[in-house]
Design a protein around this ligand. Structure first.
Ligand code: S3P
Length: 171
């Protein structure tokens, strides 16, 4: 089984992914890391040298590669579900979990993070981007708010995975 963690920048996908994987005895990978390895460049460099469209192509390639990964939690980039047919694809090949957060929490986390995020220019622009993407995020099989501790969210996810029929249908 593959579990795709989706959500905006700062939603906590990279923090929660390894915790969830450990709990389930799964592996954990990040599409952003795979893109960087494929390009041999950092994400900010890919954006500035080749542009966003090229980044989106690599992102789609690595997403399709994850089809080969069994029992894996896949932490996606904030834009992954919003380009091409990626959201439908993830829903077909695994369980999708949307981590949502309040606007202020996202802004605070993004602003204090060391991760190079070329799409983070200012708070107003980034919130506009977020609100344009929510329609895609909401196509996820499951949704949890992740404003507080990752452990609290992990507990909610575990409970849902035990009970949900989605999990069994896609296994
Ligand atoms: C992006 C989010 C980033 C990364 C890239 C583009 C986006 O990932 O994929 O900078 O379009 O929202 P995180 O969500 O891990 O920051």
């Amino acid at each position: 089984m593959r579990i795709y963690l989706i959500g905006f920048m700062g939603a906590g996908k990279s923090t929660l992914g390894p915790l969830l994987a450990k709990e389930l005895g799964y592996s954990c990978i990040e599409t952003d890391n795979l893109v960087e390895r494929l390009a041999g460049k950092t994400i900010p460099d890919i954006f500035s040298i080749y542009g966003e469209n090229y980044f989106r192509e690599l992102e789609k390639q690595v997403l399709h590669f994850t089809q080969l990964c069994e029992d894996t939690v896949i932490c996606t980039g904030g834009g992954t579900p919003c380009y091409s047919d990626n959201m439908d694809w993830m829903n077909q090949y695994g369980i999708t979990i949307y981590l949502s957060c309040d606007d202020e929490v996202l802004i605070q986390r993004i602003a204090s993070s060391q991760k190079g995020r070329p799409l983070f220019t200012d708070a107003h622009a980034v919130l506009k981007l977020l609100h344009s993407r929510i329609i895609e995020y909401q196509k996820a099989d499951l949704q949890f708010s992740n404003n507080d501790s990752p452990e609290a969210t992990l507990k909610k996810i575990n409970e849902a995975l035990k009970n949900t029929t989605v999990y069994r249908q896609k296994d």
